[in-house]
Write a protein that binds this ligand. Structure first.
Ligand SMILES: Cc1cc2nc3c(=O)[nH]c(=O)nc-3n(C[C@H](O)[C@H](O)[C@H](O)COP(=O)(O)OP(=O)(O)OC[C@H]3O[C@@H](n4cnc5c(N)ncnc54)[C@H](O)[C@@H]3O)c2cc1C
Length: 382
């Protein structure tokens, strides 16, 4: 006997931080069902981030700054009962540069001042004092960004999913969406956990968003999955262990960054290799480059790589996120393109999703921070 499809008000495809934040904001408006193809919702990009909250992201991009700022209050003061841990833990961040690239630090300083990100310029003496392990050629000056923090990604993600479930929503793992079609109004979704039906589909499938659109005969947004490598490095015997209160150190032109992690150093060579949607794995050449970046920027010799992984930062052409209904197809909503900023912007992106789905304009507080709808709408890519 053929089973009737399970009905919902919103079917969200993808249980990463994007899908979870959208479901959280919609949970009291209607029944939410999240379909996640993996056995755990944070398996792909969400579980592989560097977990940094910083307002001067991407050289001080004003649109991203508005989304990060709009997320800050939720991350610093989550609602009662959302989590038992703080979502943010303060950590210093210093931007560094070599003498030859001093211009990069000057440019960054200018951009961050333009968007009112709190910064302090350090002279040679102050840089040496703050960053004693930095190589001499990086010691002329540095820039400290204020109010930076580590994000407890799993507490944020779990908090969203828990709240969805306790409002009667469902988060279904091992549920790969295989087919999507509209039938006399609502969308019918075929998954490896059965059939589902809802008037609104939210496409939050990360690197796979264009594949989901293709199932529904909708034109793509040309998402580009860019692989980034993270390497956890054992540091030399004369220095170790890496102290937990060490800062994040970032190249001013974002050619690499590193931070302490459980007594070791976590470094990325900031690689961005275009790939197909996949379970990203680190490549030897990128791991070696990570070690080289650490040796060049510090006085530490890398003897052993403890562990490494890679994740996909999914971007569209202009590097801004994509949020809104598809202009050509009713009830098909895109929530995509969060690149390397999807954790720190999740609270604002979730709120924007809920507002647009309910037929409202962007929340006024986010507009007041300078975000414009045409910077994030789907129409700009179609
Ligand atoms: C190395 C690295 C460092 C980063 N550092 C930071 C940082 O410091 N701060 C920050 O804010 N952000 C950071 N990011 C970015 C952040 O991690 C991402 O923007 C965010 O996780 C994207 O979330 P998502 O939900 O869109 O994607 P995902 O977490 O990938 O979720 C999409 C989900 O969709 C599912 N899916 C796909 N197809 C289907 C299907 N057919 N059926 C059902 N489910 C499907 C997938 O299994 C996946 O779980 C970093 C990213 C990387 C890779």
């Amino acid at each position: 006997m053929k089973m009737e499809p399970e009905t919902a008000d919103f079917i969200i495809i993808g249980g990463g931080i994007a899908g979870a934040s959208a479901g959280y904001e919609l949970r009291e408006t209607g029944k939410v069902v999240i379909l996640e193809k993996e056995c755990q919702p944070g398996y792909h990009t969400t579980g592989r981030s560097a977990a940094i909250f910083q307002k001067g992201y991407n050289g001080g991009d004003p649109a991203l700054h508005a989304l990060i700022k709009a997320s800050e209050d939720f991350l610093r003061n989550p609602p009662n009962g959302f989590t038992s841990h703080p979502l943010l833990s303060p950590r210093d961040l210093f931007y560094i540069t070599t003498r030859e690239n001093a211009g990069a630090l000057g440019k960054l300083r200018h951009n961050l001042s333009e968007i009112n990100v709190g910064i302090t310029l350090l002279d040679h003496q102050e840089t040496r004092q703050a960053l004693p392990h930095i190589a001499e050629e990086y010691q002329d000056s540095a820039l400290r960004e204020q109010d930076v923090a580590d994000i407890d990604v799993s507490a944020l993600h779990e908090g969203y999913l828990r709240a969805i479930k306790s409002s009667g929503g469902k988060v279904i793992s091992n549920a790969e969406v295989k087919n999507l079609r509209r039938q006399k109004g609502p969308w019918h979704v075929t998954s490896t956990q059965g059939e589902f039906c809802a008037p609104i589909i939210i496409n939050a499938a990360g690197a796979w968003v264009d594949q989901i659109a293709e199932m529904a005969n909708i034109s793509p947004i040309n998402i580009q999955p860019l692989r980034r490598t993270m390497a956890l490095i054992d540091i030399p015997l004369d220095i170790q262990p890496a102290k937990d209160d060490w800062p994040i150190v970032m190249d001013a032109a974002e050619k690499f960054y590193f931070k302490p992690n459980s007594g070791k150093i976590l470094i990325t060579p900031a690689d961005q290799n275009l790939t197909v949607p996949c379970d990203a794995q680190p490549e030897e050449i990128d791991i070696a480059h990570a070690a080289h970046c650490l040796e060049k920027a510090t006085n530490m010799a890398v003897n052993k790589i403890d562990h490494s992984w890679a994740g996909l930062r999914n971007h569209v052409a202009d590097g801004h996120p994509v949020v809104g209904f598809d202009p050509q197809e009713d009830g098909f909503f895109w929530l995509a393109g969060q690149g390397g900023f999807g954790i720190k912007t999740a609270p604002a992106m979730g709120r924007i999703t809920a507002a647009l789905i309910m037929g409202h304009s962007l929340p006024q507080d986010i507009l007041d921070l300078g975000l414009k709808e045409d910077q994030i709408c789907v129409g700009r890519l179609k």
